[in-house]
Write a protein that binds this ligand. Structure first.
Ligand SMILES: C[S@@+](CC[C@H](N)C(=O)[O-])C[C@H]1O[C@@H](n2cnc3c(N)ncnc32)[C@H](O)[C@@H]1O
Length: 752
């Protein structure tokens, strides 16, 4: 771009200068008397413009005003500069395109002054200007950009005025008193550019404006910046004048006068130039960044750090949550480990006890074998003796052998015992001490059976003393080291008050595995409801179920249970009617079955019918406190009798709702630890109750398989005992065992 041409020298400048005061008044007067288009200027501007612009008044001045609004200022500049060559106004507002002016030299360019296209149109009308007034948007970015774009079009000797700089202190105009990139910060920095030669550094003016160049995307021209002659600040106003760069340097020293009484050296300084002291060692000069850049960079750094801190804080919170979850999981795992450890310890103790018992049984077996061998030997002796000849003795021996079979059964009569004793006596009298010995052995065996029964009775008495729950005092003492020192009475008291609640084993048989071992020892067994997991197996076991074998296999497959163990079902009744069972048994067993019986009394009566006299019904029953039934109230004798009296064949709606909607988790270890889960939220209850009602209605009076009864060992014992005493159940509770710790079921034996 060509260097803007400056105005021709003003020959009447002296006269102009003298008339400054007049000019000032006249600009005011012009504004005050103006009746054309509206203009908007502050009082101080009008006062100062008289001083600043008076030198251009009678010259062919070229004026550019950015931001003209109603165009009034252009009309007044037209009057104030009567010899003006061009007065161009530029405004972004399209309406300014409608403005017309009587004076031909006044024209308007509509558009954004800070675009190449508008700049081109302006420069197309005048390649340079003597006066440029920025009265545009007053935003810092626009002001800096306009200066960067149009200062190069200012002619030497020209004046660039920026109005309304008070906006530089306002946020809405991209400013603030300490904003490093505000328009005021920019013009303040220009003061340093005027003094560039004194910096003592090898640093250009454009470098000093790098932050503004970067911040506003503009480029500054070193040559143009070197032509800044003065920067003057007034209230809200900045006036930048331009002169050729050689006129902006400090120049030579002028010493005038001849008497240097105080500092004589001064005389030698005449005509010298100031050479800047190098500031390469000055840390304040050496800074590679300008103050503005530094502030901007620091602000960006702080923002980035704040973001990093926020991310780290979030990460930390996440890690803390993970650590907490991990700690909780560890705690749970520890609790499980402890529980498993205790179980293992108990299992070891049980194993030891079993080992001891096995040893005892073995020893007894050996002793028995020896007895039998001795008896055999004696029989051999008899056979070889003269006595053998006594035919009556041979017949007697035959008769005795058939009676011996009777003794091995469970229906030995008192008469048989009496007969045996009598025979023993008779044989002794007859001198046959061998046969007498056999009789005596058989009598002993019978007496042992009688002893066992009396022992059962004493256990029943023990049961009463321990609130009815079975306690094997010796086992209890031996199984728990902390109880080893206690008397029997003390132990019973301990079991009732603490042991049962703590889940300590009151007897070895409390555990399902030992319980089942006893069940298996029965001569003949009926298992009720084995499904795909029979509790006892063998030749002597028969099975009853509501489904036959094929149906059970199909059902197991349907719900994903293994089918391998589904047994051959011998008796079936879809209604669970045990009258379908045609035989009688020494024992019956059901596992998690009786709580499903709609009419419990009828069930007990039917079980009694399929048992031999003295037969036993072994039951494994869920303890409502340690299974999903936890929050459902315990059943009462009234509930059981009510079901019987109403001949209940299917479950009540209440049971369906309880089972489907009011149950919780089924983790017995958690229940033993006191963690019973969270009862349902009301919204969940509504959905689950609705589903339960739907299921009940869909069954249309048919069977829905749910729990009808919720028992604890104590409640079960109490209710079964009451039913027996009331005559509703032929089965009396002979043993009810406490629920072992970390199990959800208890075992019981009912006798016919
Ligand atoms: C304060 S007014 C001008 C007043 C006028 N100079 C006077 O003395 O009466 C500001 C004007 O600047 C205009 N303007 C704002 N941004 C502009 C831009 N980037 N280029 C040109 N004009 C702009 C506005 O449309 C508005 O009319």
């Amino acid at each position: 771009m060509n260097k803007p041409t400056s105005l021709p020298k003003n020959h009447s400048s002296e006269a102009d200068a003298k008339s400054t005061n007049v000019d000032r008044r006249s600009l005011h007067r012009l504004y005050d008397s103006h009746e054309g288009k509206v203009s908007d200027k502050w009082s101080i501007y009008l006062n100062e413009y008289g001083r600043i612009f008076s030198k251009y008044r009678n010259r062919p001045v070229r004026v550019l005003e950015i931001g003209i609004q109603n165009g009034g200022s252009l009309e007044i500049w037209g009057k104030y500069f009567p010899r003006a060559k061009v007065i161009i106004g530029c405004d972004i507002n399209q309406n300014c395109g409608q403005l017309t002016f009587r004076k031909k030299k006044i024209s308007v360019v509509v558009g954004d002054a800070n675009t190449d296209e508008v700049e081109k149109r302006i420069i197309g009308r005048s390649d340079a200007f003597d006066i440029i007034i920025d009265d545009g948007s007053h935003r810092s970015s626009d002001i800096v950009r306009s200066f960067a774009r149009y200062f190069s079009h200012l002619a030497d000797g020209g004046t660039f005025v920026i109005e309304d700089l008070h906006t530089s202190y306002w946020k809405d105009f991209e400013g603030g008193i300490y904003d490093p990139l505000s328009s005021m910060s920019f013009f303040k920095r220009l003061l340093d550019l005027i003094n560039h030669e004194h910096w003592g550094l090898d640093r250009s003016r454009t470098e000093a404006l790098a932050a503004f160049a970067d911040g506003y995307g503009v480029a500054f021209d070193e040559h143009s910046l070197a032509s800044i002659h003065s920067v003057e600040f007034l209230n809200s106003l900045c006036v930048v004048t331009k002169r050729p760069s050689q006129e902006n340097i400090l120049g030579r020293r002028h010493i005038s006068g001849k008497i240097a009484a105080v500092e004589q050296n001064m005389l030698h300084l005449e005509g010298t130039a100031l050479s800047a002291v190098g500031q390469a060692e000055n840390p304040w000069s050496l800074k590679s960044t300008t103050m503005e850049e530094e502030i901007v960079r620091n602000r960006e750094l702080i923002e980035r750090q704040a973001e990093a801190i926020e991310t780290l804080t979030r990460d930390l919170a996440g890690s803390q949550a993970q650590v907490q979850a991990g700690a909780y999981a560890l705690q749970m795992a520890n609790a499980d480990l402890q529980a498993t450890g205790k179980q293992l310890k108990k299992a070891n103790t049980d194993l030891q006890a079993m080992g001891t018992e096995l040893e005892k049984t073995n020893a007894a077996l050996v002793a028995r074998s020896e007895d039998i061998a001795a008896l055999k030997h004696e029989i051999e002796l008899i056979r070889g003796s003269r006595m053998w000849r006594y035919g009556s003795f041979v017949r007697m021996l035959t008769s005795l052998s058939s009676k011996a079979t009777l003794f091995s059964g469970r229906t030995v009569s008192l008469h048989a015992l009496h007969e045996a004793q009598l025979n023993s006596h008779r044989l002794t009298l007859t001198g046959n001490r061998y046969l007498a010995k056999i009789w005596s052995a058989l009598s002993q065996s019978r007496l042992k059976t009688a002893d066992k029964r009396s022992q059962d009775r004493s256990i029943a008495q023990d049961s009463k003393a321990t609130m009815g729950i079975y306690l094997d005092v010796d086992f209890y003492r031996n199984n728990y080291a902390d109880l080893a020192h206690m008397s029997d009475e003390h132990l019973r008291d301990h079991f009732v008050k603490h042991g049962a609640q703590e889940g300590r084993l009151g007897a070895r048989i409390s555990l399902r595995e030992h319980f089942l071992a006893e069940v298996k020892s029965n001569r003949s067994i009926l298992e009720i409801g084995p499904f795909c997991n029979p509790q006892v197996t063998g030749e002597h076991v028969r099975y009853f179920d509501v489904l036959d074998s094929q149906q059970l296999v199909a059902r197991a497959e349907q719900i994903g249970y293994p089918i391998k163990a589904v047994p051959q079902i011998h008796y079936t009744s879809a209604e669970g009617d045990l009258s379908a069972v045609s035989d009688t048994f020494a024992a019956a067993i059901s596992c998690h079955c009786i709580e499903h019986q709609p009419d419990l009394i009828r069930h007990l009566q039917q079980v009694a019918n399929v048992l031999d006299d003295g037969g036993k019904y072994y039951v494994i029953v869920p303890d409502k406190r340690y299974c999903f039934d936890h929050f459902i109230p315990e059943s009462t004798i009234a509930d059981i009798l009510d079901a019987h009296f109403s001949k209940r064949g299917t479950h009540r709606l209440a049971s369906v709702i309880e089972h489907r909607a009011l149950t919780v988790h089924n983790d017995c270890v958690r229940h033993w630890q006191g963690d019973h889960g969270i009862p349902l939220q009301s919204s969940e209850i509504v959905n689950r109750v609705r589903t339960a009602i739907g299921e009940y209605e869909q069954a249309d009076g048919g069977y829905v398989d749910v729990h009808a009864w919720q028992f604890t060992p104590e409640g079960f014992l109490r209710d079964i005992q009451a039913l027996y005493e009331l005559g509703y159940s032929p089965l009396r509770p002979s043993r009810v065992h406490a629920t072992p710790r970390n199990r959800n079921e208890f075992t019981a034996i009912l006798s016919r």
